[in-house]
Design a protein around this ligand. Structure first.
Ligand code: URA
Length: 276
C-alpha cells in the first residue's frame, strides 16, 4: 500500500484510526452518546458486555440485550467529532445508529428528565457543509423514530417529538453568554427565533448524524434526555439518562423484530400493519 493510500484511509493495523475498531468487530446497532461515561451506563444495562476499544473520546462497548447484539460508541462533542465516528463505524459494519444524548429543551412544558425524540435537525453545524448543499435536509429515519416512540410508550415514559437545532456552539450558538458576558446579535436572538419556529430542542450532533446517514443509506435517529430547559432556566446534569438508556435498548429490540418481519414478508420498508 502506498503512503498516499494510508493517508486517505488511516488505520492502525486493521483498525480504523480514530475508533480503533476493525471490520466485523461490532454489530449493526450502535448507540452514540457524546460522553464516554454514558457508554458504561449502556454496557451495565445489557445482559452481557465487553470493551471493544478506547481511543481519545471514542470509547466502544458491545454486548447483548434480550438476545440482540448491540454496541455503544461515545462520539465526543460537536459535528466534527461525530462525523468521524459515523464515517468509521459504517466502515466496520454498523447500519443503524441512534444518538443517545442530552439536550436543552425549548418548550416550557418539557420537564427536566423528560425524553425528546428528533424528527429532523437544523444544519447549524460545520461538518456537513463538506458533504452536501445546505438545502439537503437532515432527517431522522422514520423506522428509528417509530421504534423510539413505541419503546417510550411501552415503558410509559414522558416524551416529546419535534425538530432539533444542531449547532457546534454550546455557548453563543445556544444563546448563552460567552466569557466575560460576550454576546452578539445572533446569540441574543437565537433562542427566541427557534421558539417561534416551534423547534423542540438544542444540541450539537444530530444534524451531522442524520445528513451522513441519508447520504450513506443507513438508518439513524436521536433520543435525548432534557437536562436543561431554556424557558424555565433549569439545568440538572444526567436527569433522565437512565430512562433514555432503557427506552433506547427497547427501541433496538423493536427495530430488530420489525426487520425480521420485513424479511419474512419480503418488504423493503416497515409499515404498521406488517405486525398484525
Ligand atoms: N447539550 C446541549 O447542547 N445543550 C444543552 O443545553 C444541554 C446539553
Amino acid at each position: 500500500m502506498s503512503e498516499l493510500k494510508k493517508a486517505e484511509e488511516p488505520k492502525v493495523g486493521e483498525a480504523l484510526y480514530h475508533i480503533r475498531i476493525g471490520k466485523g468487530q461490532i454489530p449493526r446497532f450502535v448507540f452514540l452518546p457524546g460522553d464516554p461515561d454514558r457508554v458504561k451506563v449502556f454496557a451495565k444495562s445489557w445482559d452481557s458486555s465487553q470493551l471493544v476499544a478506547q481511543e481519545r473520546e471514542y470509547l466502544t462497548y458491545k454486548g447483548v440485550y434480550k438476545g440482540i447484539e448491540l454496541a455503544c460508541t461515545s462520539t465526543g462533542i460537536g459535528s466534527g467529532a461525530i462525523a468521524i465516528a459515523v464515517e468509521e463505524l459504517l466502515r466496520v459494519g454498523a447500519d443503524t445508529l441512534i444518538r443517545t444524548g442530552t439536550t436543552g429543551a425549548l418548550w416550557k412544558d418539557i420537564g427536566i428528565g423528560d425524553l425528546i425524540i428528533s424528527v429532523g435537525a437544523f444544519r447549524a453545524d460545520g461538518a456537513t457543509r463538506a458533504y452536501a448543499p445546505i438545502e439537503y435536509p437532515a432527517v431522522a429515519n422514520y423506522e428509528v423514530v417509530n421504534a423510539l416512540v413505541e419503546a417510550a410508550e411501552t415503558l410509559g415514559v414522558n416524551y416529546w417529538l419535534g425538530i432539533t437545532y444542531s449547532t457546534d456552539s454550546f455557548y453563543l450558538g445556544q444563546g448563552r453568554p460567552g466569557f466575560g458576558g460576550f454576546t452578539n446579535e445572533y446569540s441574543e436572538k437565537i433562542v427566541e427565533t427557534l421558539k417561534k419556529l416551534n423547534v423542540v430542542n438544542m444540541e450539537m450532533e444530530s444534524s451531522t448524524l442524520f445528513t451522513l446517514a441519508s447520504i450513506y443509506k443507513v438508518r439513524a435517529g436521536s433520543i435525548f434526555a432534557a437536562i436543561a430547559n431554556r424557558e424555565t432556566g433549569e439545568f440538572v446534569p444526567n436527569a433522565g439518562v437512565e430512562t433514555m438508556v432503557k427506552v433506547s435498548n427497547e427501541a433496538v429490540k423493536i427495530l430488530y423484530e420489525w426487520d425480521q418481519k420485513k424479511k419474512e414478508k419480503g418488504k423493503r420498508y416497515f409499515y404498521p400493519s406488517l405486525i398484525k
